[in-house]
Design a protein around this ligand. Structure first.
Ligand code: SF4
Ligand code: SF4
Length: 335
């Protein structure tokens, strides 16, 4: 395994880490074996979230006696001091540990960040926990460039997580900015939420970018881990044939893959268009249908609220057939 420094945290992280969403569908008793194989392969980084139901708890349970082998990152959608204090305690209990290496503000909207950093905002909880030694470092995860750009200006941000893969390259200049500012960059969705089937090509593509500190494909079993480890340690340039396959993947996915850039906003009736399509992808490709349904249920507006005005489509730089995609979403989710 190869290691990189996670920006100003100074942590030495394996280039490949565990993305913890699919742990929700793992068999509880098999997670220990997965962690043991991670150790044997030199993979020392794992990422979970308060929102991934049992993920933190399964990882924590399987990690008994192995805590010091891993750099634990997790994250919370809580935005206030009080709510985040509770989530930090829950994360510590779930992981059965007295410290978490990296705690991230999970996917804030840009307008939420000022309040998060202000009086009684979540940042106060993070800093207090950090002063008590319960948290090592602080970061932000983002899906939009707007939030990524804002996070780059915040002096407490040591790491930023953002989608990066063969078809989602919209953050490349910002990844370079991370490198200049010594902010660790964590590549989420390396397989574009399961849309890219060739994991070898996908992982190698990401890791050839020196601005990437760690790529975290979602994994729930040893077979996935071994495939991804093989790709991460294979440091050879792409052959001509592989370059052509990369172009082919881009062509194939260009017509129906949402990059979460949010240029289509605002929706005339307030639908969170990329949010709907993220859950649609989880429903279709990730084997997490029930989890996607539960999250979809919690959205303020659903695909069924679409009035077919088409305004979003004129703003989507990828010419996605958003209205048609809304219709298939209604068929899948029932609303
Ligand atoms: S077509 Fe539907 S999703 Fe698009 S802006 Fe109009 S209401 Fe919103
Ligand atoms: S639908 Fe198009 S504009 Fe909207 S987030 Fe997805 S890719 Fe971007």
């Amino acid at each position: 395994m190869h290691y990189r420094t996670l920006g100003k945290t100074g942590l030495q992280v394996s280039q490949l880490g565990l993305g913890g969403i699919p742990i929700q569908k793992a068999e509880r008793k098999n997670v220990r074996r997965l962690l043991e194989r991670m150790i044997a392969s030199g993979v020392n980084y794992m990422d979970s979230a308060r929102g991934y139901t049992v993920s933190e708890a399964y990882l924590g349970e399987a990690m008994k006696g192995l805590r010091e082998k891993f750099i634990i990152a997790t994250k919370s959608m809580a935005r206030t001091r009080t709510a985040l204090e509770k989530d930090i305690l829950t994360s510590l209990q779930n992981f059965q540990t007295d410290y978490i290496d990296l705690y991230q503000c999970h996917n804030p909207k840009v307008e939420e960040l000022d309040a998060f950093c202000g009086e009684d905002g979540g940042l106060e909880a993070l800093k207090a926990a950090q002063a008590q030694g319960k948290i090592g470092h602080l970061g932000v995860t983002a899906h939009s460039r707007e939030v990524f750009e804002k996070a780059l200006t915040l002096d407490w941000v040591e790491t930023i997580m953002f989608p990066y893969n063969i078809v989602e390259t919209q953050g490349e200049d910002l990844i370079a900015a991370c490198q200049q500012k010594n902010i660790g960059f964590i590549a989420m969705k390396p397989l574009a939420g399961g849309a890219i089937e060739d994991s070898n090509l996908a992982i190698r593509y990401i890791l050839q970018n020196p601005g990437v500190s760690v790529a975290i494909p979602g994994m729930h079993c040893v077979e996935e881990l071994e495939q991804n480890v093989a790709a991460a340690i294979q440091q050879v340039p792409f052959s001509q044939e592989e370059e052509m396959r990369i172009q082919e993947i881009r062509r194939t996915l260009s017509g129906n893959f949402c990059r979460r850039c949010n240029y289509c906003a605002p929706c005339s009736v307030g639908i969170d268009i990329p949010g709907v399509f993220v859950l649609k992808a989880y429903f279709e490709r990730y084997g997490l249908a029930q989890w996607a349904i539960d999250r979809y249920e919690g959205m303020a507006k659903h695909a069924g609220d679409c009035i077919d005005c088409g305004q979003c489509e004129s703003r989507c730089p990828y010419q996605l057939p958003i209205r048609q995609m809304m219709k298939t979403t209604v068929e899948e989710f029932g609303k």
